[in-house]
Design a protein around this ligand. Structure first.
Ligand code: 5AD
Ligand code: SF4
Length: 402
């Protein structure tokens, strides 16, 4: 065993860690992975930020609002931490990880000097060493560390994790996204789509089942494009369905362009797979769908949902919609309302368009006024609430930011 590793364990043993997670299920899972890594290095998780020597904030960049909330909590956490410094063994470290870390890289330190380290989604395995270095440098000179150049996570992080009498767990099947929907920051902050091998995924699920988990959610930005060279998404679902000890499973999120009749048949026939589908629509206007680079028309989407309902009897169907995309007219908006009326989703998550850095849509004027966005938001929420009321609500929320 190398000396360094033993030393790391001793220096950090008992150090108290608090993690706050913003955003989607992918971030929830990433926070669990970080807790697993740091738990193995001897850290103790605490429930309140003021009790922690190390605070990690796992962040979301999907909409501006999510970022604004993060900037506002950092200062408050630092204040609490410093108040308790004596009791925390003089350690007061704040780390910012996740999509904002990748979005702003070392600029985070300019925006918020209270942050000590910045780690992107593909570099989370480096966190234990980074904190150790910061602790060693304590008092010598002020040091900031950032790691945002990783391309792929090492496989071991998916296996070095405890389940603490949990019944359900998320399992990442693919990382990143290469779809480049024109409004979306994900391909820029989570990188190109990479699929984990089906053998590793099955191994991870079996490890969870051995520890008492009975329900899993397969996670990815675009799960139904899964392909590891030997196994495609439907085949993966069949493999998971056959695992002994597993009671039920589902998956998030699907892209309409990669959604096939074979997938619907699998949902209908695989006994443990929940009869539900989260299929983001985004807009009911063909003009806007084209500007969004979604790769389908409203007619294609409608046919798809009709096919789903025919094959998956009583299957739940939910969606995401963005309103106020650049140049969205009243007529475009009405197209969306009409499609919602026709399809009658069990649930739809409605988002006001938020311009994101680096995206193609950023070059378009954000010309739907705030008041129009508010008005459309209310109209569509009222409509969807009325539709949802007459339907069953899906048990699990979909892969979208809070
Ligand atoms: N503005 C508003 N909503 C967005 N989403 C993604 N990017 C944006 C953006 N720039 C929504 C989409 C996606 C969900 C996770 O978040 O509807 O499906
Ligand atoms: Fe973003 Fe989803 Fe489009 Fe990928 S498929 S770019 S994650 S909205």
């Amino acid at each position: 065993m190398p000396d360094k590793k033993d030393k790391t364990k001793n220096e950090t043993k008992g150090l108290r860690l608090y993690i706050r997670t913003f955003g989607c299920q992918m971030n929830i899972r990433d926070s669990e992975l970080v807790c697993g890594l740091l738990g193995n290095a001897g850290y103790k998780m605490v429930e309140e930020p003021q009790d922690a020597g190390v605070i990690i904030i796992n962040t979301c960049s999907v909409r501006q609002h999510a970022e604004d909330r993060v900037w506002s909590v950092i200062g408050a956490y630092k204040k609490e931490q410093l108040k308790r410094k004596g009791k925390l063994g003089e350690i007061s470290i704040i780390g910012l990880i996740g999509c904002m870390a990748q979005n702003y890289k070392e600029q985070v330190f300019e925006k918020s000097p209270d942050v000590d380290f910045v780690v992107g989604p593909a570099d989370i395995h480096k966190i234990p060493d980074i904190i150790d270095t910061l602790i060693k440098n304590k008092g010598l000179f002020e040091k900031k560390i950032w790691e945002t150049d990783g391309l792929k996570r090492p496989e071991h992080i998916y296996h070095d994790i405890g389940y603490d009498s949990k019944k359900h767990t998320y399992v990442v099947i693919s990382e990143g996204c290469s779809n480049f929907c024109s409004y979306c920051v994900v391909p820029f902050v989570r990188g190109a789509l990479r699929h984990r091998s089906h053998k590793n995924i099955i191994k991870e699920i079996n490890e969870a089942l051995d520890k008492g988990v009975t329900s899993v959610t397969l996670l990815g930005q675009n799960v139904n494009s899964y392909q590891d060279g030997a196994v495609d998404f439907v085949k993966l679902l069949e493999l998971v369905n056959s695992l002994k000890g597993l009671k039920e499973f589902n998956f998030l999120t699907s892209h309409p362009k990669d959604t096939t009749t074979d997938l619907f048949k699998a949902i209908a026939s695989l006994g443990k797979l929940k009869k539900e589908l989260h299929l983001p629509l985004q807009s009911g206007s063909d003009r806007i769908l084209k500007l969004m680079n979604r790769g389908y028309t409203s007619k294609y989407y409608l046919n798809l949902t009709q096919n789903y309902r025919k094959i998956v009897k009583n299957g739940l169907l939910s969606s995401d919609v963005i309103l106020g995309f650049p140049s969205e007219s009243e007529a475009d908006f009405k197209d969306t309302l009409n499609l919602l009326k026709q399809i009658k989703f069990n649930a739809a998550y409605i988002f006001k368009y938020s311009p994101r850095p680096q995206t193609k849509a950023m070059a378009l004027p954000d010309d739907v006024s705030k008041a129009e966005k508010e008005g459309r938001h209310k109209t569509i929420l009222d409509l969807q609430r009325a539709i949802s009321k007459s339907k069953v609500i899906p048990q699990k929320s979909p892969l979208n930011a809070k």
